[in-house]
Design a binder for this molecule. Structure first.
Ligand SMILES: [Zn+2]
Length: 180
């Protein structure tokens, strides 16, 4: 029953993100996070390519050459830096990552922590999301705005060094203060 397993996976992910968002006071984003995963375009692909250990989008991409589910997803969910890709006002630069509003950078941080917990299960540590980010960071180039990348990196480092409780209270008190 891949459909049921997929539904369980996305429900569990959404529940983790919701808890994280509530901890920092992002109630609306917590409730609305990844809602498009329940749309037919994303849900049916998720069922068909369900893997359990990695995103079904990767499997869809290998088979079809692109992932329709991911293209649908990143076009509708502002917590993905890919949502913010747009033409630079400098015509020589082409398409680059725009600076993300801070509340979506925080949601991206929470999303990454939840995804690491979901995929790594009991092997998860507070260092895992940082390691994952640092492994891929060099490839991002201009796809992510430097200030967006810096804030994300800072939060992931704080998580690795000081843990989740401290990082969440830092986000609530300082990062999101007057920025919502
Ligand atoms: Zn998402």
């Amino acid at each position: 029953m891949k459909a049921l397993q997929h539904l369980k996976t996305i429900n569990h992910h959404k529940w983790l993100v919701c808890q994280g968002c509530f901890k920092v006071g992002l109630y609306k984003q917590g409730l609305l996070h990844d809602l498009s995963k329940y749309s037919p375009t994303e849900f049916l692909v998720g069922c068909k390519f369900y893997q359990g250990t990695r995103s079904p989008n990767n499997a869809e991409r290998e088979v079809k050459g692109y992932s329709a589910a991911w293209l649908h997803h990143k076009g509708r969910n502002r917590h993905h830096y890919e949502y913010w890709l747009d033409y630079s006002t400098d015509p020589n630069e082409g398409i680059i990552g725009m600076k993300m509003p801070v509340r979506y950078v925080v949601e991206m941080f929470i999303d990454r922590v939840a995804a690491s917990k979901n995929y790594m299960k009991e092997k998860y540590t507070d260092q895992a999301p940082l390691e994952y980010y640092e492994k891929g960071a060099a490839r991002l180039g201009k796809m992510i705005h430097p200030e967006t990348a810096e804030l994300l990196h800072q939060l992931l480092k704080m998580l690795a060094e000081e843990g989740e409780e401290k990082t969440c209270s830092y986000i609530r008190k300082y990062v999101l203060k007057n920025k919502k």
